[in-house]
Design a protein around this ligand. Structure first.
Ligand SMILES: [Zn+2]
Length: 326
């Protein structure tokens, strides 16, 4: 991995180290067995990010048959926190065709992910495992990469995060346009998935994103305007990374900013209690779904989980919790 110099935090270096190691292990497993198991890679990732990052796996069998979802919280020194419910998915490859099984179980797995995210009041996302660099280079990406590094040469591309709102749109489009389906996994990897290590890199992120000008935020909370226009660090930076990805897809949709009444978020810990209701073609307001994860403080269940005593409503639905102190 790139040496970030003295500015890189121990937490960031731990995530870089873990990403590099699971990339190596996915490559070894590909060579030895022709595949890797996503739950195994998740476990390895959890082991490898310790001790700088806290990762706790709950000691309870999950009741539903679906995969291993983890709650991730990025917490900064101010106490502000951003949470996201994340499910791991492999990017599978056959020849030069790739696929991501977002619709596993006839879509029931994705529905369950969204339901749990709603319960926890955080956005949902997918962690994509993309194998080693040779594997990534053969995913069939058709982009010309003219203004940037090819997707498979990005640092940390083996472990990337894509918002579930966006994955759901891609899955829906793939189900109605077979030609698109063939290219969609490579497109998700190239265009929409961000390396996990980008969220903890020391540079501020998101100053002056021109996409934000499509909104009329005249009446919005001034804090929200500032959040969207200024460069961010800490928990807000993670929130902006996720939000900007969703926004970029929303901006391609006709109804990105079709007017809607503001939503009132009843949770007093939310950083932005009043958010625009714009939905575009997503299942929910992308402001509310994404930014509800940004809070002044961690929810109380986090301490219980870290103490090995997760509330049953959480332990029954998620496999574990990861707390990244940024
Ligand atoms: Zn690409």
């Amino acid at each position: 991995m790139r040496n970030e110099g003295s500015a890189a935090s121990p937490v960031h270096l731990a995530l870089c180290r873990a990403t590099a190691q699971v990339e190596l292990e996915m490559g070894q497993l590909l060579a030895d067995e022709g595949r890797w198991d996503e739950e195994y890679i998740t476990q390895r990732l959890c082991m490898l990010i310790r001790p700088e990052v806290t990762a706790v796996r709950f000691n309870r069998p999950q009741e539903r048959q679906v995969g291993a979802d983890y709650i991730w919280w990025w917490v900064d020194r101010s106490g502000e926190s951003f949470g996201c419910l994340i499910q791991a998915k492999n990017i599978k490859r056959r020849g030069r065709r790739s696929s991501i099984d977002f619709q596993y179980g006839d879509g029931r797995q994705m529905q369950a992910l969204f339901q749990t995210a709603d319960l926890l009041r955080v956005p949902a996302g997918y962690m994509l495992y993309a194998g080693d660099r040779d594997y990534q280079a053969q995913l069939g990406c058709m982009a010309d990469h003219s203004s940037r590094l090819p997707c498979y040469e990005r640092e940390g591309a083996a472990v990337t995060l894509v918002p579930a709102l966006l994955a759901e749109r891609v899955a829906l489009m793939s189900s109605v346009v077979p030609v698109y389906a063939q290219a969609s996994a490579a497109e998700v990897f190239c265009q929409w998935a961000k390396p996990l290590i980008d969220f903890t890199a020391s540079k501020p992120y998101g100053y002056g994103n021109p996409l934000h000008r499509i909104f009329d935020l005249t009446d919005a909370d001034p804090g929200l305007r500032e959040f969207l226009s200024a460069g961010q660090v800490g928990a807000r930076k993670v929130a902006r990374h996720i939000f900007d990805t969703v926004l970029r897809m929303a901006s391609m949709q006709f109804s990105a900013v079709r007017s809607a009444p503001p939503l009132i978020d009843p949770d007093a810990a939310s950083v932005f209690p009043n958010l625009p209701g714009w939905r575009a073609h997503f299942r929910a307001s992308y402001f509310e779904h994404t930014l509800r994860g940004l809070r002044h403080t961690l929810p109380t269940y986090v301490e219980q989980c870290l103490a090995g005593d997760p509330p049953p409503e959480i332990a029954d639905r998620v496999a574990g919790i990861i707390v990244v102190r940024v």
